[in-house]
Design a protein around this ligand. Structure first.
Ligand code: NAI
Ligand code: MG
Length: 502
């Protein structure tokens, strides 16, 4: 269908000068060409135009980057620095994010499709704050002391304690939905713990990771502490994950690739943490205020065009209010103004790529074929950009693909329910378990429901709120490990017990 889409405004001079940089990798503190010289085109998904090209790293480049990270870990100053010095450098990186916020917002918008406005209120400030939060952890990593009961030789006494060591060289593979923020979620705790990193951004959105690499060097990190490789998952990503010189892999992305990574990492028993998306239920109990729920549920699915691992993509509303909630969310969907990310009038940008647009439309079609009722949306625009209209599919059932599988686009599926046990069973009836939200002011009902929901985060009267201090990760096939907070730091350390006969 055709809807008028405004023209993409021209980026600023600063952003353009970055886009024009030659294709380079950050290895051992130097900006170098890929061994093959091959490049990957970067496309603005609002226009379909190629805006930059980046290096296409392969196995040889991975070898170089891992060797640089290894040298920085074994010989360089980083793990041996005073914790306060590591803290200061990570904090300084946060400051540089702040100083270059406007340029980073533009690059994120051009690369991912999200609005510059959204990048300016979510992605970039959250990145800055995440780095600052993790900077503070560098000086707070601790072990414990405890007594043991070994009784031999008779009369002997022991001093026993634990200490934490950085896990070593970490490979960090991130997705395209929040490119810079995902880089911070990975680098922040690893650096605080004293690890050295090889970061591979998604091939669709490499720009801000490269700009971050420049800021890492400007901040004064020692060479080889942060290496940035742009490249494809099947080549650079796979080589990184299987590399014997890597001690830990941290991954955010699809379940399919998470499983491949977990298998590949097994050969050298690398530590692995996986954040693999979800199919998060939004559960609306009968007492909920309908207007509040409509705004909250629309936000839960349409934020970032639904390209959010924790997106509230399944709506379960009590049958008493189901019709009003579905009608309200559909009206909210209809009102969203689509457009290019740099246009301040735009409320929702395009999806990240043509591939993602096709994937999302494939799901919409499958839902209709399986008998879901299309309430609104359900169309992509005839436009060189990758726009999909916000979509609501009603009266779905638990067997449909649109209910079981992560769509990762602006598509909500809705189903009524009758009682709490029924909705708990529905909420749990997918392979995923990343998050859920419950909308109600009935304290007893909420407290009874929360423990029944198999999800790493349960929000009550809100959805998708994350914080650097709140553990985040999945039950079931949404992955394992918890990012953020103390647990996020611990994932980048090895625990050593010290047992001294005194
Ligand atoms: P993906 O899982 O293929 O890509 C994520 C990252 O993994 C990228 O950096 C990619 O280069 C890398 N990668 C791909 N194959 C690899 C391999 N064999 N070894 C190592 N690294 C590899 O996700 P994709 O294809 O971009 O999106 C497909 C679906 O995945 C989406 O529709 C969505 O459902 C889900 N997804 C979930 C995300 C989340 O936040 N949990 C983020 C992105 C995608
Ligand atoms: Mg893929």
């Amino acid at each position: 269908m055709s809807v008028a889409i405004a023209a993409q405004p021209a980026p600023s001079v600063g952003a353009v000068s970055f886009l024009d940089r030659p294709a380079r990798l950050l290895i051992g503190g130097e900006w170098v060409q890929s061994e093959s010289g091959r490049t990957i085109s970067v496309v603005d998904p609002a226009t379909g135009a190629i805006v930059a090209s980046v290096a296409d790293a392969d196995r040889t480049d991975v070898d170089r980057a891992v060797a640089a990270a290894r040298e920085a870990f074994e010989q360089g100053p980083w793990p041996r620095m005073l914790p306060a010095e590591r803290q200061a450098l990570i904090w300084r990186l946060g400051d540089l994010i702040e100083q270059h916020a406007d340029e980073l917002c533009e690059l994120e918008s051009i690369d991912n499709g999200k609005t510059k406005f959204m990048a300016s209120v979510v992605d970039i400030p959250a990145t800055r704050e995440y780095l600052r939060y993790m900077a503070g952890w560098a000086t707070k990593i601790e072990g414990s002391t405890f007594d043991i009961s070994v009784g031999a030789p008779p009369g002997s006494r022991f001093e026993t304690s634990t200490r934490r060591h950085p896990v070593g060289v970490v490979a960090q593979i991130i997705p395209w939905n929040f490119p810079l923020l995902m880089a911070a979620w990975k680098l922040g705790p690893a650096l605080a713990a004293g690890c050295t990193c090889v970061l591979k951004p998604a091939e669709q959105t490499p720009l801000t990771a490269l700009r971050l690499g420049e800021l890492v060097m400007e901040a004064g990190f020692p060479p080889g502490v942060v290496n940035v490789l742009t490249g494809y998952g099947e080549t650079a990503g796979a080589a990184l994950v299987s590399h014997p010189g890597v001690d830990k892999v941290a991954f955010t992305g699809s379940g399919e690739v998470g499983k491949i990574i977990n298998k590949s990492a097994t050969n050298t028993l690398k530590r692995v943490s996986l954040e693999l998306g979800g199919k998060s239920p939004v559960i609306v109990l009968p007492d909920a205020d309908v207007e509040t729920v409509i705004g909250g549920a629309a936000q839960a699915i349409f934020f970032n065009a639904g390209q959010v691992c924790a997106a509230g993509s399944r709506l379960y509303a009590h049958k008493k209010i189901y019709d009003r909630v579905v009608e309200g969310v559909s009206a909210a969907a209809d009102a969203i103004r689509l457009g290019p990310g740099l246009d301040p009038e735009t409320e929702m940008g395009p999806l990240v790529s043509r591939e993602q647009q096709d994937r999302v439309m494939g799901y919409v079609d499958s839902g209709r074929e399986e008998g879901a009722e299309l309430v609104t949306g359900g169309e992509s625009l005839e436009h060189p950009g990758c726009f999909v209209k916000p979509t609501v599919l009603a009266n779905v059932n638990a067997n449909m693909r649109v209910v079981q599988e992560e769509i990762f686009g602006p598509v909500l599926v809705a189903q009524p329910f009758d009682d709490i046990d029924e909705v708990a069973a529905l909420a749990n009836a997918t392979p995923y378990g990343l998050s859920a939200s419950i909308w109600s002011n009935d304290l007893r009902a909420v407290h009874r429901l929360v423990p029944k929901v198999k999800a790493g985060t349960v929000w009550v009267n809100c959805h998708s709120f994350v914080d650097a201090n709140m553990p985040f990760g999945g039950f079931k096939q949404s992955g394992f490990g918890r990012e953020h907070g103390r647990t996020g730091i611990e994932m980048y350390t090895e625990l050593q017990s010290v047992c001294m006969l005194v």
